[in-house]
Design a protein around this ligand. Structure first.
Ligand code: UDP
Length: 423
């Protein structure tokens, strides 16, 4: 089956029609994406799906990856931490390496990028390329995937110097954006409905997966999938479960996260979680390998309710994944969770374990309402948070820039600062 047909089946024919209409307005545009890794991490994951989809739509699309030496990656890792708030002063020799590697890649990719109609530069790693390709013909877009809400100022100031010549920037959420001297667009993250983590799954596989861990699919299940991190409040989830369990004795709690051996704080949090769980045989604390996508898919499908009781959250992809499985989500009232959990419709927003317990009991006692909310949850994700919607946002920005109306499109009507536009 063609990729477009496969996406049409889950996202809807009209969504694919819309993508084709936008593509028609782009003529024979050549687009190049540039990032710094082909595998691993969310950016590569999305590009691995987005580039073939763009090609199938008929857009001449390339994907270039810049690589560097250890100094380069040490520098860009420090950028990442500093831009997300750590006070890190980056030594001059690392910045030199960052600039030199970009200059070398500019020499190598200069023709391809210089002639492209649209260039997407993802994150800070390849940001200086523009400076070294001054003769470029097309429009350049900086696509920032990280949280820039409270950057360490000296590092942001340095990086900003490379960004001023761009034609537009795209951020994931209003809070993540910084002012720049060109139009800013907001395009939230998305999930790929055809990935192993989100694809439809036979009930047999769901039941078998649960059985592997001793979880009983015939009893109620509430699940939180998260790294063992205090901001995800796993101990608060256990408290909420305990309060609900008094009224719903058949309830099971699944807490699933990755191995925390390389993260001393993760180990500590995991220990706190184990202590809080004590010898309760209905609490399942699972350590999953990083490629356990089908397991996570099955656990989400087996659940009656998904919990994401974060105290602080960026976007919260686990929320999107849970909603997509048709489950109401009880989520912490913070960050990107509030974009996804529409209180009383796709789930409930909560501030305390008591609040979470109340909502959990409420949902477990109302099967029909729970199913109704689940249907709304899935439709909400279909409308706003699938890969096809993210591509629609990219195409809209490209069409706007190609037709020189970059500062004048207000598709979603939500503005950040003076010039940010949500698509
Ligand atoms: N995830 C995973 N294994 C785990 C825990 C999480 O694969 O043990 C996945 C989860 O399904 C989601 C992503 O990692 O796709 C976590 O993204 P989110 O935005 O929820 O939180 P973050 O970890 O980025 O704070």
């Amino acid at each position: 089956m063609s990729i477009l047909k496969a996406y049409a089946e889950v996202a809807g024919e009209d969504v694919i029609d819309h993508l084709q209409q936008l593509t028609r307005q782009m003529g024979g545009t050549r687009v190049v994406h540039v990032n710094s890794t082909r595998t691993g991490g969310g950016v590569a994951e999305i590009l691995n799906k987005m580039v073939p989809l763009m090609r199938e739509l008929g857009i001449d699309t390339d994907w270039e990856v810049i690589t560097g030496d250890p100094d380069f990656f040490q520098c860009t890792k420090s950028f990442h931490n500093a831009l997300q708030g750590d006070a890190i002063d980056i030594p001059r020799h690392l910045l030199d390496s960052f600039e030199r590697i970009n200059q070398e890649h500019a020499a190598e990719l200069g023709k391809s990028l210089g002639d492209a109609d649209i260039v997407f530069i993802h994150d800070p790693q390849p940001a200086p390329l523009l400076k070294y390709i001054p003769e470029r013909k097309g429009k350049w877009i900086w696509r920032c995937h990280i949280d820039l809400s409270r950057p360490y100022r000296p590092v942001w100031k340095y990086l900003r110097g490379f960004l001023e010549g761009y034609d537009a920037s795209i951020f994931s959420l209003p809070d993540f954006a910084q002012t720049l001297p060109h139009p800013l667009y907001l395009i939230p993250p998305s999930i790929d409905p055809l990935s192993e983590k989100n694809v439809e799954m036979a009930q047999d596989e769901v039941v078998e997966t649960c059985a592997r861990f001793g979880i009983d699919c015939n009893r109620s299940i509430v699940t939180q999938i998260s790294r063992y991190d205090r901001f995800k409040d796993p101990v608060g989830v256990i408290r909420a479960y305990r309060m609900t369990k008094k009224f719903k004795p058949d309830l099971q709690l699944v807490l699933a996260g990755g191995s925390a051996t390389d993260d001393p704080e993760g180990e500590q949090v995991l220990q706190e979680v184990r202590d809080a769980a004590g010898d309760d045989r209905d609490i399942f604390i699972l350590m999953l390998p990083s490629d356990a996508h089908r397991t996570i898919n099955a656990l989400q499908r087996a659940s009656d309710v998904i919990m994401q009781k974060s105290l602080k959250e960026g976007f919260g992809l686990t929320v999107t994944e849970g909603l997509w499985k048709g489950k109401p989500v009880i989520g912490g009232n913070t960050g990107g969770i509030t974009l996804q959990v529409i209180d009383g419709h796709t789930g409930f927003l909560v501030d305390t374990p008591e609040g979470a317990a109340l909502r959990l009991r409420y949902l477990l006692e109302r099967r029909e309402l729970k199913e109704e909310m689940g249907v709304k949850a899935r439709e909400f994700v279909r409308e706003y948070f699938l890969l096809t919607r993210q591509l629609r946002g990219y195409l809209t920005v490209m069409v706007a820039l190609l037709h020189d109306i970059g500062g004048r499109i207000y598709a979603g009507e939500e503005r950040v600062g003076s010039s940010g536009i949500m698509i």
